[in-house]
Design a protein around this ligand. Structure first.
Ligand SMILES: Cc1cc2nc3c(=O)[nH]c(=O)nc-3n(C[C@H](O)[C@H](O)[C@H](O)COP(=O)(O)OP(=O)(O)OC[C@H]3O[C@@H](n4cnc5c(N)ncnc54)[C@H](O)[C@@H]3O)c2cc1C
Ligand SMILES: NC(=O)c1ccc[n+]([C@@H]2O[C@H](COP(=O)([O-])OP(=O)(O)OC[C@H]3O[C@@H](n4cnc5c(N)ncnc54)[C@H](OP(=O)(O)O)[C@@H]3O)[C@@H](O)[C@H]2O)c1
Length: 272
C-alpha cells in the first residue's frame, strides 16, 4: 500500500477495464499535474479522444472520471494532464500517484475532438483553457494532422504562468519530438496567454480573436477567422465554449460531429 495517498499497489482485475501501471509523474504546480501510463497492446484510439480513468473504491465499483488522452494515437504510452480538485473524489487521491501504481483504464475511448469530425481546411485552430489543452497535445503531436492542415495553431489560456503545461516544448515547436519535429518547425504555432499574472499576452481568447493577437504574424491568411479555410476545435470551461461557439456561429461556422463533419467542434474539459 502506498501509505501517503492510500493508493493500492495492485488493483483487482475488472472485465470492463484495463489495469495499467503509472510510468511517470510530473507536478506543474499545486493544482496541476501530468502522468503517463503503459499502453495495453489492444488499446486503440484516435488522437483527441477521451477515456475513463480511475481507482478502486470501497464497495467494489471503480471510481472513474473522463480524461482526455494527451499523447498521440501512435505513442507507446498514454499521457494525461490533470487538475487537482481540493476534496475531489478522484483527484484528491490521484494527485499522489507514483510510478508503479496501478490505475483502471476504460476500454472504449471516444470523443468529438477528432479530425474526422471536421471538414478539410487550411488552418486548424485548437483553442483551450486550463486542462482543455490535453486533447490538443495529442492532436498537435500526430503526424496526420500536418498532412490534413497547412498550419496548426494551439492557443492555451490559463490564469497563472505555472499553469502553462508543456510551454517549453511548444515554444520549441516540439523540437525533441522524433515524429513531428520537422513538420512542426514550419506548420506549428503556439499562442499562450496568462490572464491573472504578468505575461507577454494577458487577454482571454475572445479578446485575442477581436484584437488579432490570436493570429501570429507569420501565419498565412487573414488575421480573423474565415469559415472557408479555417477549422476550429474548442476545449475548456463551459463559459469559454458557450461564448466562443456563439461567436463562431455568427461568423458562419457549423458545429461538426463524428457522423456529420463541420467547421468547428467542441468538448467541455470538465462538468461544472
Ligand atoms: C470529456 C471530458 C474530458 C475530461 N478530461 C479531463 C482531463 O484531461 N484532465 C482533467 O484534469 N480533467 C478532465 N475532465 C474532468 C474529470 O473528468 C474530473 O472531473 C476531474 O478529474 C476531477 O475529478 P474529481 O473526482 O476529483 O472531482 P469532480 O467531482 O469530478 O469535480 C469537482 C469539480 O471540480 C471542477 N473541475 C473538475 N475537473 C476540472 C478541470 N479539469 N479543470 C477545472 N475544474 C475542474 C468542476 O467544478 C467540478 O464540478 C474531463 C471531463 C470530461 C467530461
Ligand atoms: N489556475 C489557478 O491558479 C487556480 C488556483 C486555485 C484554484 N483553482 C481552481 O481550479 C478551477 C479551474 O481553474 P482553471 O484556472 O484551470 O480554469 P479557469 O478558471 O476556467 O481559467 C482558465 C482560463 O480560462 C479563462 N476563461 C475563463 N472563463 C472564460 C470565458 N468565458 N471565455 C474565455 N476565457 C475564459 C480564464 O481567464 P480569467 O482569468 O480572465 O478568468 C483563464 O485564462 C477553478 O475552480 C479554480 O477555482 C485555480
Amino acid at each position: 500500500m502506498n501509505m501517503e495517498c492510500l493508493l493500492p499497489d495492485t488493483i483487482p482485475d475488472s472485465p470492463a477495464f484495463h489495469t495499467v501501471a503509472v510510468t511517470t509523474v510530473r507536478h506543474w504546480n499545486d493544482h496541476l499535474f501530468s502522468f503517463s501510463v503503459e499502453r495495453p497492446g489492444s488499446f486503440r484510439f484516435r488522437s483527441g479522444e477521451f477515456v475513463m480513468l480511475g481507482l478502486p473504491q470501497d464497495g467494489g465499483k471503480p471510481l472513474l472520471r473522463a480524461y482526455s488522452i494527451a499523447s498521440p494515437a501512435w505513442a507507446d504510452e498514454l499521457d494525461f494532464l490533470s487538475i487537482k480538485v481540493p476534496g475531489g473524489p478522484l483527484t484528491s487521491r490521484l494527485k499522489s500517484v507514483r510510478p508503479g501504481d496501478q490505475l483502471y483504464l476504460g476500454r472504449k475511448p471516444t470523443g468529438t475532438l477528432v479530425a474526422d469530425a471536421l471538414l478539410g481546411g487550411k488552418r486548424l485552430f485548437l483553442l483551450s483553457t486550463g486542462t482543455g489543452l490535453a486533447p490538443f497535445l495529442s492532436i498537435a503531436r500526430d503526424p496526420e494532422i500536418y498532412s490534413r492542415f497547412e498550419q496548426v495553431v494551439v492557443v492555451h489560456s490559463v490564469r497563472r504562468v505555472s499553469d502553462l503545461a508543456y510551454h517549453d516544448q511548444q515554444t520549441a515547436l516540439w523540437a525533441d519530438d522524433p515524429l513531428i519535429h520537422e513538420e512542426a518547425a514550419v506548420q506549428f504555432y503556439y499562442v499562450p496567454t496568462v490572464t491573472r499574472e504578468p505575461f507577454h499576452t494577458t487577454e482571454r481568447i475572445g479578446t485575442l480573436v477581436e484584437n488579432g493577437g490570436l493570429f501570429p504574424n507569420t501565419l498565412d491568411g487573414p488575421r480573423r477567422f474565415d469559415p472557408e479555410q479555417d477549422r476550429i476545435m474548442l476545449c475548456g470551461s463551459m463559459a469559454m465554449i458557450r461564448e466562443t461557439s456563439a461567436m463562431l456561429e455568427k461568423l458562419g461556422f457549423v458545429e461538426g460531429s463524428n457522423s456529420r463533419p463541420g467547421t468547428y467542434v467542441i468538448e467541455r474539459a470538465f462538468v461544472d
